[in-house]
Design a protein around this ligand. Structure first.
Ligand code: ATP
Length: 301
C-alpha cells in the first residue's frame, strides 16, 4: 500500500495570539488548511480576518502560538533560527504587494534573478545566464532583462518578482496581494504568469488577496473568517452529454478535525439563526434549524 503524498501546506488548529501591553488579539483561532503539492489556492477574507498573519507563519517570518503548521516538510513550530534561514532560501518563494519590496532597485531584472542564484549557491557562469534567461522567458519579460525596476511597468516588475521568487525552485510560492497595485488587465497578465509557473514548474502556490478576479482564476478559493477557514470554492471543468466542456464552481463549508464549521453569515441571517440551533441527523444530511421558538416569540411580542 502506498501512503498518500504529504501536502505541501498542512495547518491544523493553528493559533496565533498577539499580546500587547493591555490587549490580546487572537489573529488565528484554530485555522485548518491543507494544500496538496502542485495546487494553486487563493485565500480571501475581510480586512483583519487573519490572512497576513497566516502568510507570516507559512513564510517562517512569524512563529505560531499553537497548533500545527508544516510547510514543504518543515515544522514551523519546531524550527530553529538556522533552519528558518535555510527554509526561506530554498523551500519557499515570496511575492509581496508593494512592487518596490520585491526587487533590488539598483539591479536589472537579470541581475536580480542572478543575485538569488548566487546567494543560494545555484548554477554559476554560463549555466547561471541560461537559467536567468529561461526564467525571464517563462514569465514573458525577456524584453526588460537589462532594465532596472524603475524602468519597468508595475506588471513587469511583478512578473520579474515571480521569476526571482521561483529562481531557486522552491516547493511553495507565497504571494501577498500580488496584484494589489495593478489595474485589472495587468492583474490578469500577472496572474496568468503565476498560473504558468504553477503548471510548468509544479510549484505549490498560495495567494492572499482581496481581488475577486484572482479568486475566480484559481482552482480553489479558501475564505477566512475570524482567524479560521470558513468556506471553500472548488472550480472544475466537466463535460456534458454532447461532449461540450462547462465550468462548475462548488461551495463547501470547511469542517475541522473536531467537527467545527462556520455557517455562512447569509444563511444564519436569512433564518435568524443565533445563539443555539437545533441539529438533526437525517439519513443523508444534517439539518440546522433555529433553536428559538419563532411562533412563541411572535406571540409574546
Ligand atoms: N503584530 C501585531 N500585533 C497585534 N495585533 C496584530 C498584529 N498583527 C496583526 N494583528 C491583528 O490580528 C488580526 C488579523 O490581522 P491580519 O493582518 O492577519 O488580517 P488580514 O486579513 O491580513 O487583514 P488585511 O486584509 O487588512 O491585511 C487583526 O485584528 C490585527 O489587528
Amino acid at each position: 500500500m502506498t501512503l498518500p503524498a504529504a501536502p505541501d501546506i498542512d495547518c491544523v488548529d493553528l493559533v496565533r495570539i498577539f499580546r500587547t501591553k493591555d490587549v490580546e488579539v487572537q489573529a488565528l483561532q484554530g485555522l485548518t488548511l491543507r494544500v496538496e503539492a502542485g495546487d494553486m489556492v487563493a485565500v480571501v477574507g475581510a480586512s483583519g480576518s487573519g490572512k497576513s498573519t497566516l502568510l507570516g507563519v507559512l513564510s517562517g517570518l512569524d512563529r505560531p502560538s499553537a497548533g500545527r503548521a508544516i510547510v514543504a516538510g518543515h515544522d514551523m513550530l519546531a524550527m530553529t533560527k538556522a533552519e528558518r534561514v535555510t527554509f526561506q532560501r530554498t523551500s519557499v518563494g515570496f511575492v509581496w504587494q508593494q512592487t518596490g519590496r520585491n526587487l533590488l532597485p539598483y539591479l536589472t531584472a537579470a541581475e536580480n534573478i542572478a543575485a538569488v542564484l548566487a546567494i543560494a549557491r545555484g548554477p554559476k557562469g554560463e549555466a547561471r545566464v541560461k537559467r536567468v534567461d529561461e526564467l525571464l522567458d517563462l514569465l514573458g519579460v525577456g524584453d526588460v532583462r537589462d532594465r532596472t525596476p524603475q524602468e519597468m511597468s508595475g506588471g513587469q516588475q511583478q512578473r520579474v518578482a515571480i521569476a526571482v521568487a521561483v529562481a531557486n525552485d522552491p516547493t511553495v510560492l507565497l504571494a501577498d496581494e500580488p496584484t494589489g497595485e495593478l489595474d485589472e488587465a495587468t492583474s490578469e497578465e500577472v496572474l496568468g504568469a503565476m498560473r504558468r509557473v504553477n503548471e510548468e514548474r509544479g510549484v505549490t502556490t498560495l495567494i492572499v488577496t482581496h481581488d475577486p478576479t484572482v479568486a475566480t482564476q484559481v482552482r480553489r478559493t479558501v475564505q477566512i473568517r475570524d482567524g479560521r477557514t470558513s468556506t471553500e470554492v472548488v472550480r472544475s471543468t466537466r463535460t456534458d452529454e454532447a461532449g461540450d466542456e462547462y465550468h462548475v464552481a462548488e461551495e463547501f463549508a470547511v469542517l475541522d478535525r473536531v467537527g467545527r464549521m462556520q455557517l455562512p453569515a447569509a444563511f444564519a441571517a436569512s433564518l435568524e439563526l443565533r445563539d443555539r440551533v437545533r441539529l438533526t441527523l437525517e439519513s443523508d444530511h444534517v439539518s440546522v434549524r433555529p433553536g428559538h421558538d419563532a411562533a412563541a416569540e411572535e406571540e409574546s411580542a
